[in-house]
Design a protein around this ligand. Sequence first.
Ligand code: HEC
Ligand code: HEC
Ligand code: HEC
Length: 447
Amino acid sequence: MKSLLRSTRLLTRRRLPLLVAVALVTGSALLARMHAPSPLLVAEARAAEKVQPVKSSASTDTRPDIVKRGEYLARAGDCVACHTAPRGKLFAGGLAMETPFGTLYSPNITPDAQYGIGTWSEEAFFRMMRTGITPEDNLLYPAMPIAQYTKVTREDSDAIFAYLKSVEPVREANRKHTLRFPYNQRKLLYGWRTLYFREGEFKPDPTRSVEWNRGAYLVEGLGHCTMCHTKINMLGGSSQSEQFAGGLIPVQNWYAPSLTSDKDGGLGDWSIKDIVDLLQAGISDRGAVYGPMAEVTYHSLQYMTDEDVRAMAEYLKTLPDNSGRKTGPSAATDTNLFALGEKIYGDKCALCHGAKGEGQLQHYPPLAGNQSIEMDSAVNPIRIVLNGGFPPGTKRNPEPYGMPPFAQELNDTEAAAVVTYIRTAWGNHGKPVTAHEVNELRNAPLH
Ligand code: HEC
Ligand code: HEC
Ligand code: HEC
């Protein structure tokens, strides 16, 4: 808990990563509403949820080992990323989450009786985790990852609750969301729920190993990885086949790549060690984490045990490849643009990333054969060239090496040229990018 406090103080530097995702999912939840559910659907949803009054059983098991386990699980769920504002008190909420429909503020989840969840029972907390319904019978917006947390077991939910009971209560009132009408109507969430919320605990697959099932439980449940790494359709949901297939995080403008075994955009070529290094240390032989993913490693994954991170990697490696592969030569590129890019690369990038894009492992990521820059979406390489970045400081990599921003140094054409170069040189299969694409990302929020 002390270390958690310490890490939240550092929040001031790294602003919330998840905001984006939040905006996205919230936005989509709200979008879902536009395809208004018929009154019949709503009635069905209500019936299916069998809303029960909360029993207020007072007993919470707060033995130290349970509280400690709860702290670990709260890290696995990254509760701190959303429920602690920059410079705010631990779990006092108040983090602003911008969406195209207005702003949501995360609530205070400290044990304060008036402003936090001090009067909640273990039962009520579990019901919230499983169903996304609060003791006041409010439906929660999916900016709280309820679609994922529903998979969490009762035992783990109770441990997280015991831990939350142990933190310092904070007397700070919740800020009201400022969502515009009609998005501020919680009952409209019945529509989203009917389409996209599948309540229920994680079901282990008996044909798989214990390790695989542990990884699946963490990735699909507490880790809420699909909140970002999934294509969201117009209705604010995603079909099962698109889980983990990657997607753009709107507003924040970062692309969360596919985690499937797709060898061009996914983890198909990665070894278990590469995945473990990336998630836990933030750097690896294949690349470093940056943007919103750096925050996930910083707040959550670096604290996970070796066994748990390995289990997650084992599970991720088995995600099927649904999208097929890109093969053949790199896309054709305007030779002038390529030549300009090559020159800029030699002058400004090769020093760290190597003349042939081989990098200097593990501090300077390789760019040759690096799928995260070859993906169809060029958003990430453009943004990292413009904004630079630091991998997070982690237990395994406490003093990360950084990359300088080039937004001032390179104009739109030059930045487009160098990004085109790294996407198509050395056998990389990316497509060229235009000055216009660069220009559009110049003003994207930094975090
Ligand atoms: C991606 C951001 C995000 C993450 C991660 C997150 N939450 Fe939330 N949480 C929210 C938001 C936003 C709300 C408010 C939603 C609403 O008003 O409908 C919320 C609501 C809640 C509530 C209801 C509080 C109340 O007063 O009604 C509780 C309790 C809660 N979260 C606990 C947790 C716990 C425990 C974790 C970690 C296991 C967690 N949250 C992780 C964003 C998040
Ligand atoms: C807040 C949104 C967000 C969440 C939550 C999130 N990711 Fe990411 N992830 C990203 C973004 C954006 C990138 C691209 C930047 C990068 O490569 O670091 C990324 C990159 C990755 C990569 C590197 C992929 C590649 O091809 O380079 C892996 C592996 C990964 N995430 C795994 C996970 C896992 C496992 C979880 C859940 C524990 C998770 N992510 C949760 C946003 C997110
Ligand atoms: C001073 C050393 C340095 C220089 C110069 C530099 N980079 Fe980087 N680059 C890094 C580091 C360190 C990272 C990891 C940053 C992170 O994780 O936030 C990185 C990350 C990247 C990435 C993301 C790769 C991945 O998967 O992690 C790309 C793309 C990139 N650099 C391109 C460039 C280009 C293009 C230039 C020249 C315009 C350049 N870099 C100049 C050090 C450098």
